[in-house]
Design a protein around this ligand. Structure first.
Ligand code: NAD
Length: 450
């Protein structure tokens, strides 16, 4: 089936109303969980093939996160689906107001390659919970995971309800021409702009989960040991190919040396003395990305790491110093295991530097001072982030996850996923027991009892 045929089939199925009941949605969530459980080994194998992801990380960052999303939906869905009563305004006495969540219809989910399972299936969980039908387009750069997902979905769901359409840009473009009821896109800022332009033709609502340069600030009062450990964790996991990885660090001049020393210790502890030999250290997804990252190694000075192995497409966890904003490494999202460390003297300098650039997807602040935590949180716009940690804000269904400005629009996870794929329909139920005459054009006023 081509894109149009799939779309038309899904629209027809959606119109039957089959996807709307709580029982149906719960049933599909349970089916999805079961098939993932059955095929865990195949998913892990595919992640190993595409990204050299270890089994532990595959569970932690992909499969486990999806289970958590599914359980959260299963637990709360009944309550979220109920029409919510709202207050009645004084001017509306006698009436009742409700917000009725309804599915949007047929959703298109376009996924990237860096967490290829989780970033496709977690939005799908939201689309199922909200009662939609869905077309999933995985990334062509993670073909093993794409194939596993495709057969998993095909063996479990009617294609009129959920279908995977594998392929590259041309498949994506074909799908984007269709009048979907929702587009959920995860990927780069540039492609995000094209997705939004395509959606505008049909006025299709979009959620755009994009990227950019997410900073980490390490202030002089931070617990440096923990800061170094958590920055190294967030940056070098998946070889830096994480949308919310700290892209660069702004460190207070007085703690730069000890911070870098501790970073080095953490890297050695995580990946050994020779990370290129570590069996579970991630690989760069493609030759093109590998070359792009190797070019960054010419910027500034290499303080930690810096070696690369073309055969295995791996680059050591690397720290660059003496970089400035005119260098290519500071002008685009790095998306690899290269961490520039820049210095500031006054916190305001760091804030101004970040605010002079597009609003980041994430921000990480390391400081034990509550006044500083409040100041940075309020002074810098960013999608989401952590104080004294990295990445972990993504892994809880209680926090909506998304960007702002260039780093994205809309959010998901937990209840926000349900809302993202729903329309919140406002309904006013008016009384027929009495009527106000003054609202009508020729009325003199007063209350008319019916
Ligand atoms: P990408 O934008 O190149 O591709 C994403 C998807 O879009 C793929 O499925 C691809 O086939 C499709 N695509 C590519 N070009 C297209 C075009 N011209 N028209 C239509 N579709 C097209 O992104 P990527 O390289 O797969 O992923 C890396 C980027 O994604 C980084 O910028 C990263 O920060 C971002 N990202 C964001 C999040 C988030 O949750 N905010 C998560 C992961 C990755």
């Amino acid at each position: 089936m081509n894109g149009l045929q799939v779309f038309e089939k899904q629209q027809a199925y959606y119109r039957t109303g089959a996807t709307r009941s709580l029982e149906f949605r719960q049933g599909q969530l349970a089916k999805l969980r079961k098939v993932i459980e059955e095929r865990e080994a195949a998913i892990m194998q595919a992640l190993r093939e595409d990204l050299n992801r270890s089994e532990k990380e595959a569970f932690l960052l992909e499969i486990g996160l999806v289970y958590k999303e599914i359980s959260f939906m299963q637990k709360h869905l009944k309550r979220w689906m109920k029409p919510a009563k709202v207050k009645t305004a004084f001017t509306h006495i006698g009436s009742k107001g409700y917000i009725v969540p309804e599915p949007l219809g047929t959703a298109l989910i376009i996924a990237p390659w860096n967490y290829p399972f989780q970033l496709a299936i977690a939005p799908l969980v939201g689309a199922i919970a909200a009662g939609n039908t869905s077309v999933l387009k995985p990334s062509e750069l993670s073909p093993a995971v794409s194939e596993v997902m495709s057969s998993l979905i095909q063996d479990t769901f009617d294609p009129a309800y959920i279908t995977v359409m594998e392929g590259g840009v041309e498949v994506s473009k074909e799908l984007l021409d269709l009048p979907f009821d929702k587009i959920f896109f995860t990927g780069s800022v540039n492609v995000g702009k094209q997705v939004m332009a395509a959606a505008a033709k049909h006025l299709t609502p979009v959620t755009l989960e994009l990227g950019g340069k997410s900073p980490a600030i390490v202030h002089h009062d931070a617990n440096l040991k923990l800061a170094a450990k958590r920055v190294a964790f967030g940056k070098f996991i998946n070889a830096g190919q994480t949308c919310i990885a700290p892209d660069y660090v702004l460190v207070h001049r007085s703690v730069k040396e000890p911070f870098i020393e501790l970073l080095h210790k953490s890297v050695t502890k995580f990946y050994g003395k020779d990370p290129l030999e570590h069996p579970d250290y991630g690989r760069i997804i493609s030759g093109r990305h590998f070359q792009r990252l190797c070019d960054f190694l010419q910027n500034g000075e290499i303080t930690i790491g810096g070696r690369a192995d073309e055969m295995s497409q791996r680059i050591e966890p690397t720290v660059l110093t003496a970089v400035d904003w005119s260098m290519p490494v500071m002008q685009e999202e790095i998306f690899g295991p290269i961490l520039p460390v820049l210095i500031y003297d006054e916190l305001q300098e760091a804030i101004d530097l970040i605010n002079a650039r597009p609003k980041p997807l994430a921000l990480y602040l390391f400081s034990d001072n509550q006044a500083i935590q409040k100041r940075v949180t309020e002074a810098v716009p960013f999608g989401g982030g952590c104080i004294n940690d990295t990445l972990m804000h993504l892994a809880t269904p209680y926090l909506p996850f998304g960007g702002v400005g260039e780093s994205g629009t809309g959010a998901y996870h937990g209840e926000e996923s349900f809302r993202t794929f729903s329309h919140m329909k406002s309904v006013l139920k008016q009384t027929t027991k009495f009527d106000f005459a003054f609202r009508y054009p020729s009325a003199k006023g007063g209350l008319a009892i019916i």
